[in-house]
Design a protein around this ligand. Structure first.
Ligand code: TEU
Length: 561
């Protein structure tokens, strides 16, 4: 591996600044708040911080609607704060990755304001405008991710513009070379300010199928799915290669493309090093498995064999060429301990959070930790729709309940399980008022469980979820088999155990995990797999284990060589 492959052995920590730490008591997290916690991040041991958007924004989608790419939202601080954060990270040997949200802008971005002025505007073609259909309705049947049509009619010029997300997030027209050049300029602007890479928001949506055809695949809400026509589109690989040639070539940075709906076959192309597109992608297969017949908010249980088959397929599919991102959580996903673990008692919460971390962090790829995951933070468990803030949740509730598709109880059940605000409650720093997040009124409620789930308590307890994450990160730095080892699945047809082997030269790593709340027997012998001279490397439980017996949510890894 070349030195420029530093991201292969790195662990990335995602900061969602709005919910991380509020330094000035306005109830909204900010950059000085992140700076206060740099030593905490160093103690955890992460190598990279990925900062969710901090740019000026009207806040329709919490900053994923950007009105100025080259600045800092005053809610979060100033450019000087940004520079202090960058320097604070670099001084501690950590790197900084920025969120690049360029499939769309805010409708308040000057580019869009100019574009909507007239059909002859020099920036008209920077966005995707179409005249109405014959009946005066939208140009095609696509629905937006945030409910309703993906088209918004604009009175001023009598045309529709495309927005795959909210109506306040118009899609940029990447077919226009001026748009691509403008994005390249933005990237250079941040790189020249010392950032170490980009997480690229829905970057596999930037190339739409010419003609923008309606979709025959109609959802429960009556809209057509744009996925077949706007995901992994015809030009996307060329645009990414062009971006590399124009901007990234010769710079020692990392890139990760967020790619809903990406297939393994496409991911191989995106991440093959010689193609110079992105270093890795966030794929969605394992976090979409609980979608039910009514979609994301109609969740179904995911049996371990289904989840494991998916993750193992990606492990093996990106084994030779390309690279995996490993994640359970981000600001769009429910908390993993509530989703695939068990947060119902303190014992099961701690054990299952550690088990899930062990299974993920010992796989091949770059692990991502989302703020609070290292504390075993749980879903919000809100009881009223009034507790929620997220545009996706609120739009869904309004349209699905209002349209008579579901009852309010059904909608809330889905939102409680899958809603994005589960991940967006404030980080729980201590047992004091506001959980140490704010001295004011938080923009979204603090989880009720902050008095026992918080960073201060976790740091003081050597058996905490936090220290387990810290140990996993340390192991990655000590044992090349964790970074580079070949992945071999084990017990492929077992209902309750996740087991695999990693091998690298003479080094062998065996991972076994009990996915259930019941004790189970392990139908494996370590010696034929990793030889007689192995030792216990890490365990979720700290008392002496018997190899063949796994307690509820117990996970262990053994190392040989
Ligand atoms: O998300 C892309 C995306 O399609 C989903 O993850 C989305 O969050 C949704 O929940 C699917 O049901 C990215 C960002 O991560 C997200 O926060 C933004 O809202 C979205 O793009 C638009 O920028």
């Amino acid at each position: 591996p070349q030195s420029s492959d530093w991201w292969k052995s790195a662990v990335v920590y995602q900061v969602y600044p709005r919910s991380f730490r509020d330094s000035d008591g306005d109830g909204i997290g900010d950059l000085p708040g992140v700076i206060e916690k740099l030593d905490y991040l160093k103690l955890l041991g992460v190598d990279v911080v990925w900062l969710s958007p901090v740019y000026p924004s009207p806040g329709d989608d919490n900053g994923y609607d950007i009105s100025d790419y080259c600045g800092i939202n005053p809610e979060f601080g100033t450019l000087a704060d940004f520079e202090r954060l960058r320097d604070g990270l670099h001084e501690r040997g950590m790197r900084l990755v920025m969120d690049l949200v360029v499939n769309h802008t805010s409708d308040e971005h000057p580019w869009f304001r100019e574009s909507r002025e007239s059909v002859d505007s020099p920036k008209r073609d920077w966005y995707i405008w179409r005249p109405p259909a014959a009946d005066g309705g939208p140009p095609n049947n696509w629905g937006s991710v945030f409910s309703g049509s993906a088209w918004e009619y604009d009175e001023k010029t009598g045309e529709y513009f495309l927005h795959l997300f909210s109506r306040r997030q118009p899609d940029l027209n990447w077919e226009n070379p001026q748009v691509r050049e403008a994005v390249h300029e933005v990237m250079r602007w941040w790189l020249d300010r010392g950032v170490d890479g980009f997480r690229m928001d829905v970057i596999n949506f930037i190339s739409k199928e010419p003609g923008l055809p309606s979709s025959p695949e109609i959802g429960a809400d009556g809209y057509g799915s744009f996925f077949a026509h706007a995901v992994d589109g015809p030009m996307v690989h060329r645009y990414l290669r062009e971006m590399n040639d124009a901007v990234l070539a010769g710079r020692d940075v990392m890139t990760v493309g967020e790619m809903p709906g990406v297939t393994l076959e496409q991911a191989r192309l995106y991440t093959a090093p010689e193609r110079r597109e992105v270093n890795m992608v966030f794929q969605f297969e394992h976090v979409d498995l609980d979608d039910g017949p009514g979609g994301k908010f109609d969740p179904v249980p995911v049996p371990l064999p289904v989840l494991r088959a998916s993750l193992n397929r990606w492990q093996q599919g990106l084994a030779e060429d390309g690279w995996n991102s490993l994640y359970w959580n981000n600001h769009d996903q429910p908390r993993v301990v509530s989703r695939f673990g068990d947060d119902s008692t303190e014992t099961t919460r701690v054990a299952s959070a550690k088990m899930l971390a062990t299974v993920l962090h010992l796989m091949k790829g770059t692990p991502y930790i989302y703020q609070g995951e290292e504390l075993g933070m749980t879903n919000a468990h809100f009881t009223s729709i009034d507790d929620y803030r997220d545009i996706e949740i609120l739009n869904y509730y309004r349209t699905a309940v209002g349209g008579g598709l579901v009852t309010p109880e059904q909608a809330l059940r889905g939102i409680r399980a899958r809603g994005r605000d589960n991940a967006r409650t404030p980080v729980q720093w201590n047992a004091g008022p506001g959980a140490g997040f704010t001295t004011g009124t938080p923009w979204i409620a603090v989880n009720d469980n902050y008095q026992h789930i918080n960073a201060e308590a976790a740091i003081a307890d050597d058996n905490s979820v936090f220290h387990h994450y810290r140990r996993l990160i340390t192991l990655r730095k000590t044992h090349p088999v964790i970074v580079h080892g070949t992945f071999h699945p084990l017990l492929d047809d077992h209902d309750d155990i996740y087991a695999y082997l990693r091998t690298h030269d003479q080094h062998k790593l065996l991972v076994i995990a009990n996915w259930t709340g019941r004790p189970i027997e392990v139908p494996l012998d370590p010696t034929p797999l990793i030889g007689p001279n192995h030792h216990l490397l890490i365990s979720t439980h700290n008392d002496a284990p018997t190899f063949h017996h796994l307690r509820p949510y117990e996970a262990r890894a053994y190392l040989a060589g």
